[in-house]
Design a protein around this ligand. Structure first.
Ligand SMILES: O=C(O)COP(=O)(O)O
Ligand SMILES: [Mg+2]
Length: 231
C-alpha cells in the first residue's frame, strides 16, 4: 500500500493490457505457440494487438477466425485451455509497464486517489503480472471477468471494481480500447483513453472525456475531470 493517510478524493480505475502494461509480446508468443501446435500459420504481434481486450476466449477465437478455422465447441475449448497453459508459463516474461507508470501511480496515490484495476484478463494472471512488475501494491482491488462473474463491456465489472475499492465519488476510468470506452459510458463514469494501446480505430471517434498520449499526463487530467464534475 501507499503512504497516503488522509481522506481519499476519489477512485481511478485502470484497464490493464494496453494501458498499464504492454503485454502483447507474451500474448502473441503464446498464441503463436498454439498456432504452431495446431499446424496453423503464426498470427504475429501486430495482428494479436487487434485481438486483445475481450479476454482469452475471444483472443483465441479471433485467432482461429483469422486462420479460417470454423469454430467448433470441443476443439475451441481445447484451444482455449491450451492457450491458457501456454500463457500461464509466460505472463510477465516480456510484458513491461509503459513509461512512467510506476512514478505516476505513486503521484496519484499521494494525491489521495484510490487505485484499482478492471481487466478482462483473469484475476489470477492480472495479479501475478502486476506483482512481478512491482505494481500490485498500488491496487487494493484487481478485478478480472471472473472476480464478479461479469466482464467489460458489462458496466457492472467497472462499478463493482470501484465499489470494492471503497467507492467514493468521483470514479474515473482509464483504458485503451473500444470496450473500455463503451464500459465507462454504460456505467456513467468519465473515461480517459490512452492513445498508445490496442484500440482498433482512433479512440477520438468514441468521444472519451479525455484522450492522452502519455501515462504521466493522468494526474493533471483526473484533477481537471474531478473539478469539472464537481462544478
Ligand atoms: O483481453 C484481455 O485478456 C485483457 O485485456 P484488458 O486488460 O485490456 O481488459
Ligand atoms: Mg486494454
Amino acid at each position: 500500500m501507499t503512504s497516503f493517510r488522509g481522506e481519499h478524493i476519489g477512485t481511478v480505475v485502470f484497464d490493464l493490457d494496453g494501458t498499464l502494461v504492454d503485454s502483447v509480446p507474451d500474448l502473441a508468443g503464446s498464441l503463436d505457440g498454439l498456432m504452431r501446435e495446431m499446424g496453423l500459420e503464426a498470427i504475429g504481434v501486430s495482428a494479436t494487438r487487434k485481438l486483445i481486450g475481450h479476454g482469452i476466449p475471444n483472443l483465441v477465437r479471433g485467432a482461429l477466425d483469422l486462420r479460417a478455422v470454423e469454430w467448433q465447441d470441443e476443439q475451441g475449448k481445447r484451444a482455449i485451455k491450451r492457450f491458457t497453459e501456454l500463457y500461464s508459463g509466460r505472463l510477465s516474461q516480456e510484458t513491461r509497464p509503459y513509461p512512467d507508470v510506476e512514478q505516476t501511480l505513486a503521484v496519484l496515490a499521494d494525491d489521495g486517489w484510490r487505485l484499482a484495476v478492471c481487466t478482462n484478463k483473469i484475476e489470477l494472471y492480472a495479479k501475478a503480472i502486476l506483482r512481478d512488475l512491482g505494481l500490485a501494491h498500488f491496487f487494493p482491488v484487481i478485478a478480472g471477468p471472473d472476480t464478479f462473474g461479469v466482464g467489460k463491456p458489462d458496466p457492472r465489472h467497472l462499478l463493482e471494481t470501484a465499489r470494492e475499492a471503497g467507492g467514493g465519488d468521483p470514479v474515473i476510468f482509464v483504458g485503451d480500447s473500444e470496450v473500455d470506452v463503451a464500459t465507462a459510458k454504460a456505467a456513467g463514469v468519465p473515461v480517459i483513453a490512452v492513445s498508445y494501446g490496442y484500440a482498433k480505430s482512433p479512440l477520438a471517434n468514441l468521444l472519451p472525456d479525455a484522450l492522452i498520449d502519455r501515462f504521466a499526463d493522468i494526474p493533471q487530467v483526473v484533477s481537471g475531470l474531478a473539478k469539472a464534475g464537481a462544478s
